[in-house]
Design a protein around this ligand. Structure first.
Ligand SMILES: [Zn+2]
Ligand SMILES: [Zn+2]
Length: 335
């Protein structure tokens, strides 16, 4: 089968690999669409620097079940499915507490196991859900990381509900899903992005106000009678956005950091206790988050924004466009 492999030195190669064979409890999924996530860029950099071994990326997968392994009970050949990428161990403390996203013993498709930038991928039966029939296959694929992560940040961690003002920092692929998840909870939304196209997309998806980072604090205060935001989800995670997020929080507010950033800010205990604000970090998502995202999609309350699709061979070009900020929403590969 054809697949994309991140090779030594950071090459993006179209390669020919053996078609996987599903084992006990596993499925062979014919990939119909695989989302191109910003995390894939981080993986590419890690492979380039030698920090990671070469790999087949792709952790946002939708497809059709091609073959089922022994012991598979729930899924049949021909089923249209969406795939969650985390394979938690199921035995550690995090897994027992259902915080499978924090499992340190597990594997993940597109990270430690071959992912969806390929014609076929082998996945455990427990990792699939029926694909929402009302979505295009590339929209469905994107639910697996972008949709589930949006749910995890806005609801599971942020606890957003209908009395809340939710601020989304960064209206990219996940950010635009987060706008929709917050709206589905009945919250009011302010979306912040320095790209006009991203702001327009957020407005179209129901954000009450959209603003550039420079004008964000004033906009948030004016939308909340100077109280601030109940939930801020930061999908940019620079020192600037973190500072903005903390400044924008209302008493009792929650800031959720959801991107990989190494620069931070100094926060005094006084500030935290004065307003009783919470600073949280979001890591990936669970199968439960994924199921909720799929439910919202079935109700058409969450429709991932797909800006561009391409063939497997276009992976390198699309990754470059993503790095340069040219893609509003998500791109997807269609093997
Ligand atoms: Zn992702
Ligand atoms: Zn575990």
């Amino acid at each position: 089968m054809r697949a994309i492999r991140f090779g030594p030195g950071g090459t993006v190669d179209l390669v020919d690999l053996p078609k996987p064979e599903p084992g006990e409890g596993e499925l062979l999924v014919r990939v119909r669409a695989a989302g191109v996530c910003r995390t894939d860029l981080h993986l590419l950099h890690d492979v380039a620097s030698g920090e990671r071994a070469p790999l087949v990326p792709g952790h946002e997968i939708a497809g059709t079940v091609e073959k089922v392994g022994p012991g598979v009970a729930r899924v049949r050949t021909g089923d249209a499915v969406v795939v969650h990428f985390e394979l938690p161990c199921g035995r550690c403390r995090a897994c027992v507490q259902k915080k499978t996203n924090l499992c340190q013993e597990g594997d993940a498709l597109g990270f430690s196991l071959p992912g969806g930038y390929a014609e076929y991928v082998k996945v455990p039966e427990d990792n699939v859900l029926p694909a929402p029939a009302n979505l295009e296959v590339e929209q469905a694929a994107i639910l697996a990381c972008s949709g589930a992560t949006a749910y995890h940040t806005v609801v599971t961690l942020g606890g957003a509900d209908e009395r809340d003002l939710v601020v989304i920092l960064g209206a990219g692929g996940v950010g635009l899903s987060a706008v929709q998840v917050a709206r589905a909870r009945g919250a009011r939304v302010v979306a912040v992005d320095n790209r006009e196209g991203a702001r327009d997309a957020a407005k179209h998806l129901g954000a009450e106000a959209v603003t550039s980072p420079e004008d964000a604090l004033a906009a948030i205060l004016s939308k909340s009678k100077d109280r601030g935001a109940d939930v801020v989800v930061d999908f940019v995670s620079t020192a600037e956005t973190m500072e903005l997020g903390i400044a924008a929080l209302a008493p009792g507010g929650r800031l959720v950091e959801a991107a990989v950033g190494d620069e931070g800010v100094l926060v005094s205990p006084h500030l935290l206790m004065d307003k009783e604000i919470a600073l949280l970090g979001a890591h990936s998502s669970t199968m439960a988050d994924f199921a909720r995202a799929v439910q919202l999609a079935e109700a058409r309350l969450l429709v991932p924004v797909v800006a561009r699709t391409g063939m497997l061979a276009e992976a390198a070009v699309i990754l470059r466009e993503l790095e340069e900020g040219k893609i509003v929403g998500r791109a997807a590969l269609k093997p």
